[in-house]
Design a protein around this ligand. Structure first.
Ligand code: NAP
Ligand code: ZN
Ligand code: ZN
Length: 361
């Protein structure tokens, strides 16, 4: 018998989210059942729930920065045990056989695409997948991550998306000692990009539209901060960077960032706005053999590598914890760039609630 989990769902693109009940499949032989303790709020949740990336079926439950405790495992599960603190990120399954999956790059699965923690079709039930704005989830063990024990679990939740999404391109473009890296946008992804690039030994510069974030940027590890609305300051960045991560969730002109790259530098787009950015000018690309690239989260093996890296360096996200009831306000604040630097939903209310009540409402 499938179990029922409490959740917070969107029922229409523009209406506030509200309490809902969803069904979770019974754990199969390779499944791990998890009680969710924390779930980070990613800007992708907002894009998805509002239909920015195309129409979706409602009710819809977002959330893909999940930390919880294992409550049951299937007979064939070997990597996780009841009681473990574990994580689930943006994917819960993939084809396992395509060239990308065979290279542990399930995020780029070409055998039908990886199954999103939300926005996917459950390979077991054929129904829609529901994310971590909920009290419990059931996931194939291959897509369940080990969390280094000493990391604060609320602060570790955003590593499952914001962490891996910035770690993967930093590694792919070989950022390290001697690199100069720009991070555009100081939100959930951006602040993780700063922490990770600094821990890898790079010189890190933040580009922000929010002057009130300058001090925080330095505290997070940035060596310099540029207010991106200051045209003169932007011109002064010409040819400074080996690599720039652009995390902005809205369309904007890329040209000032392309011009800020050295010869052979790369501007890597992570933000996925509803409308595309205006096309970058051609001449600055040609003139410096510069690249504009993109990157999508990271594979499962690399996600574990990132979590272990964060464990070694004591890196977690700077979070503001909220209850389920605070989620609509959190979404509104993120749309105003008013986030320091990740909202994380705390699910603990269910422990305090008398049996039979809907604690998340
Ligand atoms: P977030 O926490 O809301 O941060 C976005 C930041 O971008 C803001 O804090 C703000 O920083 C800056 N910004 C500037 N102008 C903005 C505007 N008009 N609207 C919104 N933000 C603006 O978002 P996030 O969770 O980091 O996600 C950022 C983007 O990455 C989203 O589009 C999300 O869907 C995408 N994403 C992509 C991947 C991937 O795999 N590629 C994974 C996760 C998320 P300042 O105040 O410093 O200017
Ligand atoms: Zn995300
Ligand atoms: Zn595949």
């Amino acid at each position: 018998m499938p179990t029922t989990a409490r959740a917070f769902a969107a029922f229409a693109p523009t209406e506030p989210l509200g309490p809902h009940r969803i069904s979770r499949r019974d754990p199969g032989p390779r499944d791990v059942a998890i009680d969710i303790d924390y779930c980070g709020i990613c800007h992708s949740d907002i894009h998805f729930l509002r239909g920015d990336w195309g129409p979706i079926p409602y009710p819809a439950v977002a959330g893909h920065e999940i930390i919880g405790r294992v409550t049951a495992v299937g007979d064939e599960v070997t990597r996780h045990s009841v009681g473990d603190t574990v994580g689930v990120g943006c994917m819960v399954d993939s084809c396992r056989t395509c060239p990308s999956c065979r290279e542990s790059l399930e995020n780029y699965c070409t055998g039908g695409g990886s199954v999103g923690t939300y926005m996917g079709v459950d390979r077991h039930t054929g129904g829609p997948t529901y994310g971590g704005y909920s009290s419990a989830i059931v996931v194939d063990e291959d897509f369940v991550l080990r969390i280094p024990g000493h990391l604060d679990p609320a602060g570790a939740a955003p590593l499952l998306c914001a962490g891996i999404t910035t770690f993967s391109p930093l590694r792919h473009w070989e950022v390290g000692e001697g690199s100069t890296v720009g991070v555009v946008g100081l939100g959930g992804l951006g602040h993780m990009g700063v922490k990770l690039a600094a821990a890898m030994g790079a010189e890190v510069v933040v580009f922000t539209t929010s002057p009130h974030k300058v001090e925080d940027a330095r505290d997070l590890g940035a060596h310099d901060v540029v207010i991106s609305t200051d045209e003169e300051a932007m011109v002064a960045q010409a040819r400074r960077f080996d690599f720039i991560l652009d995390t902005v969730a809205a369309p904007h002109t890329l040209d000032p960032y392309v011009r800020s790259l050295r010869r052979d530098g790369t501007l890597c787009l992570l933000g996925a706005p509803a409308e595309p950015h205006p096309s970058p000018a051609v001449m600055p690309l040609i003139a410096g053999r510069r690249s504009v690239a993109g990157s999508l989260i990271g594979g499962i093996a690399e996600t574990q590598e990132m979590l272990d890296f964060c464990g070694r360096h004591g890196i977690t996200s700077q979070v503001e914890t909220i209850s389920m009831n605070g989620i609509n306000e959190a979404h509104e604040r993120m749309l105003r760039s008013d986030v320091k630097y990740r909202f994380v939903i705390e699910m603990q209310e269910r422990e305090r609630a008398p049996a039979g009540t809907v604690a998340l409402g």
